[in-house]
Design a protein around this ligand. Structure first.
Ligand code: PEP
Ligand code: MG
Length: 315
């Protein structure tokens, strides 16, 4: 069948009909770039900047940040690199930014909310990124984590543009942002769906808590319907919609996400080969059929089963 007939290790991500689906890397530090490039990453879809902040008692200086961002961008000349602003709070609290005593930190002052409350940190990060951008050849995109509202979207994208950053967007990790994706995308150049948090907030199940781990399944049709909202809004407005949560690393789910309108997929570099291979086996029309089957299920297990069955009956 088509799935086993093709083996093209480092080609750009694409479907069987030639539809391009750029395959990008999730990175946690600049030193990880070499491995991502070796595995054929076409750029970076999520650069988590927390590592710069988690190791110190105070925020790093603009100079320290600039050097890290410059090292990252230098590894991807001419390629897209999406850098996420500091996402502190909840599972990754910072002494100088977060209140450690929130009762429900996942619902508290985290992500962009925390940055707004300490705007000097956000401004320093944007300054360092603009300086690194000016010194390198990568195509730098910047995004804010944990955006829930249109107002937050406008706040972040206009602030980033003030610093000369040309492509500001938002992460869609909160159901409110997914449901209003058309309004959100009217003010952002792109959306990147963080399926880990989007699943947590859709299912009301703490992603850190083992006792509710069964709820943390991005195959759940409720999550997939929200992805569809964002994909459809992106298509209507002509704006890219990436996926950067763990869901993109599941090869079969990756095809479903493309069928729902995702225009790029970002994942841990080790997952790139299997996802690349699976995409090459399916056309866009088939990906949409698979997505429809998943959307029509009652729960995550049924969605997974329906898609596995349908894919077995395709060429
Ligand atoms: C996500 O929530 O899916 C995501 C990519 O961000 P993080 O896992 O860093 O919260
Ligand atoms: Mg997240």
């Amino acid at each position: 069948d088509r799935l086993s007939a093709v083996a093209a290790p480092l080609t750009p991500g694409a479907l069987a009909d030639g539809t391009a689906v750029p395959l990008l890397a999730n990175l946690g530090k600049p030193a990880d770039a070499t491995d991502a490039v070796a595995r054929g990453a076409e750029g970076v879809g999520l650069f988590r900047t927390e590592f710069l902040f988690l190791s110190s008692a105070q925020a790093p200086t603009v100079e320290q940040q600039r050097e890290s961002y410059r090292e990252l961008l230098a590894a991807f000349p001419g390629k897209k690199v999406v850098v996420r602003m500091l996402d502190a709070g909840a599972d990754k609290p910072l002494a100088f930014l977060n209140d450690a005593h929130e009762e429900n930190p996942a619902l508290g002052l985290r992500g962009l909310r925390a940055l707004r409350a300490s705007e000097d940190i956000l401004r320093e990060q944007l300054t360092a990124l603009a300086e690194a951008d000016a010194a390198t050849e990568a195509d730098l995109w910047v995004m804010a984590p944990m955006v829930a509202t249109v107002e937050e979207t406008k706040y972040f994208t206009s602030l980033a543009r003030e610093y000369g950053l040309k492509t500001p967007g938002v992460m869609v990790e909160v159901p409110a942002a997914a449901l209003l994706a058309d309004r959100v995308l009217a003010h952002a150049d792109f959306a990147s769906i963080g399926t880990n948090d989007l699943t947590q907030y859709t299912m009301a199940a703490d992603r850190m808590l083992g006792s509710v781990a069964d709820f943390q399944d991005p195959w759940h049709p409720a999550v997939l319907r929200l992805v569809r909202e964002v994909g459809a809004a992106g298509a209507r407005l002509g704006k890219p919609v990436g996926i950067c949560g763990e869901a993109a690393a599941d090869p079969l789910l990756a095809v479903v996400l493309v069928g729902l309108g995702a225009t790029s997929l970002s994942m841990a570099p080790a997952a790139l080969a299997d996802v690349r291979q699976m995409l090459l086996g399916r056309t866009l029309d088939e990906a949409r059929q698979l997505a429809a089957a998943a959307l029509d299920a009652d729960d995550a297990a049924s969605a997974r089963r329906a898609v596995a069955q349908l894919t077995a009956s395709l060429p």
